[in-house]
Design a protein around this ligand. Structure first.
Ligand SMILES: Cc1ncc(COP(=O)(O)O)c(C=O)c1O
Length: 388
């Protein structure tokens, strides 16, 4: 037993702890989506979510997971045979490249080693040699490695090519740190409900720049559920085309109100602070950072070489009621991943460091003593007080 609040903490890079106000909204009685009451909510959400995307373009509210949103960006802008450059730096890059191939795009993969960030110069060199490239695909944060890619710089490169679109999977990034869609000239942006939006899994939010929107009518990849033309028409009439996800949209209305009150900058600050805290104090416990380009939304930590990341993750859950994630594929057993999005209180951050330390001690008494752990925890508390 720790001396801190032992409530369950979901510190994964999505899904995340829900805000208490969100939980309340999710518990409300169901209403029908074609009602004046819901119309008002939808109207607020259509307009409010633009401020998180930092765009004047429409944002579409899709009932599907983030991957459906990724597919939506592809099928509404591309046609079979289109040349696509897919930046692949982990699991989610692999998935997007696979999706584009499945629909019949001619995909060139730009392989980026796990843990490294994409290089804008490499994208520039590729586009110089292949100016007819129709789209560049990239994760803003590749969740499997916790790397933040230089989206602003890559967008600057792509913007020089009038027929090339920059499509960004910001599922583990939008709402966690700055990604202003219009200012950075991002052509397609997708976010997921279960990440910085602090909602349950099950919705994707997507938006197209003016440059990308020009391709929507002529795109030849097959599309039905994800045909944004239907959605665009319905949205103009103040509705969603298919049944609206009333429960999650009602909760999104609450979240947008909270973000509006706090300001986007405030939200980014909180998430950055948690990321900084975790990076500092996990290293004090003996972990090392997996990447030199860490994202603020999730931190990947390399576990001491003689220990197993999967076992650490399981022990943390079983003994301490804290869920984090392990590594996938080549990083399995070697890293653990801790999310910084969602409703996370300071006491949970302290408990995380305390319990991570105790977990290391559980597997190797000689590696980290209980005395050393309490010194780190003490410093961690002080840090939080000094860095509000
Ligand atoms: C960067 C990234 N892309 C895509 C996805 C897939 O999202 P979903 O599981 O909601 O389909 C995830 C999910 O964690 C992700 O982190």
């Amino acid at each position: 037993m720790t001396s801190f609040n032992d409530e369950y903490s979901l510190l994964a890079p999505g899904p995340v702890n829900l805000h208490p106000e969100v939980r309340k909204a999710l518990a409300l009685p169901m209403i029908h989506h074609r009602t004046p009451e819901f119309d008002k909510i939808l109207k607020r959400v259509f307009s409010g979510i633009k401020s998180v995307f930092q765009t004047t373009q429409d944002v579409y509210l899709l009932t599907c997971t983030g991957s459906g949103g990724m597919e939506t960006l592809l099928v509404n802008t591309l046609s079979p045979g289109d040349k696509v450059l897919a930046i692949v730096s982990g699991k989610f890059g692999e998935r997007w490249a696979e999706m584009a191939k499945t629909y019949g795009a001619e995909v060139t993969i730009m392989e980026v080693p796990w843990g490294a960030a994409a290089k804008p110069e490499a994208v520039e060199a590729h586009l110089k040699n292949h100016p007819q490239t129709r789209a560049v695909l990239c994760q803003a944060c590749e969740t499997s490695t916790a790397v933040a890619h230089p989206i602003k710089e890559i967008a600057e490169v792509v913007a020089k090519y009038s027929d090339t679109l920059f499509l960004v999977d910001a599922i583990t990034a939008l709402g966690a740190y700055p990604l202003p869609m219009d200012a950075w000239k991002i052509d397609g942006l997708v976010a997921g409900s279960q990440k910085a939006f602090m909602l349950p899994t099950g919705m994707a939010f997507v938006s197209f720049s003016e440059k990308a929107a020009k391709y929507i009518d002529g795109a030849k990849f097959p599309r039905f559920y994800f045909d944004i033309r239907k959605e665009r028409k319905a949205n103009t009439a103040g509705e969603t085309f298919f049944s609206s996800n009333v429960a999650v949209l009602r909760a999104l209305d609450v979240v947008l109100n909270l973000i509006n009150k706090q300001g986007l900058e405030g939200l980014f600050h909180d998430i950055h602070r948690r990321a900084e805290f975790t990076r500092i104090f996990a290293q004090r416990l003996g972990f090392t950072l997996y990447t030199k380009s860490p994202s603020d939304s999730v931190t990947a930590l390399t576990v001491p070489a003689h220990l197993d990341g999967q076992k650490i993750r399981l022990q943390l859950e079983e003994a301490h009621n804290i869920t984090i994630m392990g590594g996938q594929d080549q990083a399995k057993g070697k890293i653990i991943r801790i999310g910084h999005m969602g409703y996370i209180q300071d006491k949970e951050l302290i408990r995380l460091i305390d319990c991570l330390g105790k977990t290391l001690n559980h597997f190797d008494h000689g590696f980290l003593s209980l005395e050393q752990i309490s010194t780190v925890v003490h410093e961690a508390k002080e840090w939080l007080e000094q860095n509000p």
